[in-house]
Design a protein around this ligand. Structure first.
Ligand code: F3S
Length: 397
């Protein structure tokens, strides 16, 4: 891989140990993927933040890495394992909360913004079409490539951090236009009436088209909230880091529709919902906010919860910035009056919740996957209204 004279000097350690290590990581990745060179990035989004996932070994690694290293571009953080202000309400112990606080401090010492969200594009990390970035959370990556038309591979937490420190990333994979080409045409023969339908659609497309990059026709309109649910789902079930939707996403006009075609019918969606619904009646928890909720969603949730009381735990996960805006508009007060919790900086999938709840209802197919796989909950996916109804009743009817 070609390195500029300055990059060579960084690799030789002339700019300090932190930068040397970061460059070493980028060069190693570049060599594996046959990258020609490094390209400048405008932002990074860094995962591997939850102490639950990285443990003491990760914490030590970060300490080591952080000495003398600072990010050169805008860099934001993925959710961690706990809301530092609500650890007791989340049934999480003090030691975990303190360790999580340390992780965040280390990132901040390197100049990373403590956004702690998987929807960085809602809180100021909003790349433009054609910009190269290094993001790591899978739903954010799919959203950035597809909806925004930015260029990123699905980075690991470490490679995103290294890219942020150097301000560059190896040029391979989805940084090259030819690798963003759609591979299968998906024709929708069904209407999508709820945002949860978009989430189930991600599962349905993955079931039929596997890992191919889809070019979707017939979706009509989709708002940001529907697209982020779809991005999260297709990234989870198809491993897709990019998709194209005719008339909707940033690059759909740049490509011809592929020849191979599949259709998605209302029956496929129904089968999706059937698969995404385990058997249970009593509801322990309802989770909205995978990916993290927008201001618009919080407004809708506040409207649905007005003058109601929840019987089950209702957790709404979002970023601290979006919560602050919602506070000013009075949505948080209405939501919390019902007994629901608005939780920031984390989500159910990356918090240590194993054994603490048994059943969960959510509007996100990605949340289904992780709540089942990581937390061993039994889970049902439903639209927002039905989720709120389940929280108020404490049961699924
Ligand atoms: Fe975000 Fe957690 Fe879902 S990181 S996409 S809320 S699993």
């Amino acid at each position: 891989m070609y390195l500029t004279p300055e990059e060579e000097r960084i690799l030789a350690g002339e700019y300090g140990e932190g930068m040397r290590k970061a460059m070493e990581i980028l060069v190693a990745i570049g060599k594996i993927y046959d990258a020609e060179r490094l390209i400048p990035i405008s932002s990074a989004q860094i995962s591997g933040v939850s102490y639950h996932n990285i443990g003491d070994a990760g914490l030590e690694f970060l300490w080591d890495f952080s000495r003398g290293a600072r990010v050169r571009v805008k860099a934001t953080l993925n959710p961690g394992g706990v809301d530092l202000g609500k650890w007791r309400e989340m049934k999480i112990d003090r030691e975990f909360m303190e360790k999580q606080g340390e992780v965040i401090k280390i990132f901040m010492s390197m100049g990373v913004e403590p956004t702690l969200t998987c929807t960085p594009y809602l809180v100021g990390n909003l790349p433009k079409k054609g910009e190269h970035i290094a993001w790591s959370e899978s739903s954010a990556v799919a959203y950035a490539n597809s909806v925004l038309g930015a260029y990123t591979n699905r980075e690991s937490g470490i490679s995103a951090l290294a890219a942020a420190i150097i301000g560059k990333t190896p040029m391979y994979g989805l940084h090259l236009k030819e690798n963003r080409r759609p591979e299968v045409r998906v024709v929708l023969k069904t209407e999508l009436n709820y945002r949860s339908d978009y989430s189930v659609l991600g599962y349905a497309i993955a079931s039929k088209a596997g890992h191919s990059i889809p070019y979707i026709e017939g979706m009509g309109k989709a708002d940001l909230e529907a697209l982020k649910l779809f991005a999260a789902s297709i990234a989870t079930y198809a491993g897709a880091a990019i998709f194209h939707i005719k008339g909707v996403t940033a690059e759909w006009m740049d490509f011809e529709p592929p020849g191979e075609t599949i259709e998605i019918t209302s029956r496929d969606l129904e089968e999706g919902y059937e698969y995404l619904r385990d058997e249970f009646r009593e509801v322990d928890m309802v989770w909205i906010g995978c990916p993290h909720t927008s201001l618009k969603e919080l407004e809708e949730i506040a409207g649905l919860l007005k003058d109601k009381e929840v019987a089950a735990e209702l957790w709404i996960t979002t970023s601290r910035q979006v919560k602050r805006m919602a506070e000013e508009l009075g949505y948080i007060e209405t939501i919390e009056k019902s007994g629901a919790k608005v939780i920031i900086d984390t989500c159910v999938a990356v918090a240590p919740l194993l054994g603490k709840f048994k059943t969960l209802v959510t509007n996100s197919a990605k949340a289904f996957y992780y709540s089942r796989g990581v937390n061993r909950f039994r889970v049902k996916v439903a639209n927002l209204e039905k989720c709120i109804d389940a929280a108020v009743r404490g049961e699924w009817v």
